[in-house]
Ligand binder design. Structure first.
Ligand code: NAD
Ligand code: LMR
Length: 327
């Protein structure tokens, strides 16, 4: 039997947490032969609810779940954690932009960054889901100076899944034929869901769609505003699809992604493709043996460049707003 992998999940009694941890316990992240230990963090008022979730975990009798730790102490939650999924944070409500959450959620990522720094495993990998995900990730990274910065990532996989799903439906093709869509920039209304470097069924996606007006006036704004549309329809922010995207993000990082079917994640920016340095920026990534690299050599149009620049500009403004937390 392999040694268990320790997975810390924050906000584990929340909506995303409830859709996430049962799948982790079922083996969805690392496969059917890999045991896991769940280290679940909540705030004190939610510990009762977390105990109820833990009862349900027991009642599922998952063979791969070797231990469940429940705690309201970040140092305990991140002790020896190989993977830290930072979900716990306030969600926005109707009428808010995700960046309106910065003042409420930023401090969470200061203390959790420090706790990860002091307690996580040497191979620690971090996925930030709580919004605004990119800038919260930047805050956590700055507060964990001993953890290699490339281990900090923000989730843009939900945006990628939304984009692929919409393109497959429009083209009338199976989802798995849609490849190399990219989410550039911020998980926000400025993100750029790039179809111009994508393929559908082995052909340029924009050519298969054959409707540039739909791409510019329907597809791009729909993907950008999908989170708000779900909130308007459901009265609560997306939860099952967010949990699914978090699973996909870890699966790709763990198992890899080829240049023929790249993925997107927010990572510490490198300046590639005109992105600004010093923020967490989503790029097209290939992944091998747990190490990601930005896909090189994509030719950008003026439209691509302007969209990438707009999202970069917003991330710089967010960074400016949280300067006090970037130690
Ligand atoms: P929720 O309110 O249902 O649950 C959040 C949970 O976090 C609560 O149980 C709360 O007690 C807990 N929490 C709050 N502060 C904490 C702390 N300091 N430590 C540990 N736990 C803490 O919210 P949700 O629907 O699960 O959403 C969680 C976050 O994920 C929100 O910020 C939401 O906007 C974000 N989100 C991001 C994406 C994405 O694509 N990146 C998608 C959906 C939601
Ligand atoms: C989403 O994209 O669904 C989440 O980030 C929630 C939100 O506030 O939009």
């Amino acid at each position: 039997m392999r040694d268990p992998i320790r997975v810390a999940v924050t906000g584990a009694a929340g909506n995303i947490g409830y859709a996430l941890i049962f799948r982790i316990a079922n083996g969805d992240l690392f496969g059917p032969d890999q045991p896991v230990i769940l280290q679940l963090l909540e705030i004190p008022p939610a510990m009762g609810a977390l105990e109820g979730v833990a009862m349900e975990l027991d009642d599922c009798a998952f063979p791969l779940l070797t231990q469940t730790v429940l705690t309201d102490q970040p140092d305990v939650a991140f002790a020896g954690a190989n993977w830290s999924l930072l979900v716990g944070a306030r969600p926005r409500t109707a009428g808010m932009a995700r960046k309106d959450l910065l003042s409420a959620n930023g401090p969470i990522f200061v203390s959790q960054g420090r706790a990860i720094n002091d307690n996580a495993a040497a191979d620690a990998r971090i996925v930030v889901v709580g919004n605004p995900a990119n800038t919260n990730c930047l805050i956590a990274m700055h507060n964990a100076p001993d953890v290699p910065s490339e281990r900090f990532t923000a989730m843009t996989r939900l945006d990628l899944n939304r984009a692929k799903s919409m393109l497959a439906q429009k083209a009338g093709k199976p989802l798995q034929t849609v490849k190399n869509v990219t989410i550039w920039g911020n998980h926000s209304g400025t993100q750029y869901p790039d179809v111009f470097h994508a393929q559908i069924d082995g052909r340029p996606a924009a050519e298969v769609i054959g409707d540039d007006l739909w791409i510019s006036d329907t597809y791009i704004p729909t993907v950008q505003q999908r989170g708000a549309a779900v909130i308007a329809a459901r009265g609560a922010s997306s939860a099952a699809s967010a949990a699914n995207a978090c699973i996909n993000h870890v699966q790709s990082w763990y198992a890899g992604a080829s240049e023929d079917d790249w993925v997107s994640m927010g990572i510490p920016s490198t300046g590639a493709y005109g992105s600004p340095a010093g923020v967490i920026f989503s790029y097209p990534l290939a992944i091998e043996d747990g190490a990601y690299r930005i896909v090189e050599g994509l030719e950008l149009s003026d439209f691509d460049r302007a969209a990438i620049a707009a999202s970069g500009q917003e991330l710089l403004q967010e960074r400016e707003a949280v300067g006090d937390w970037l130690s």
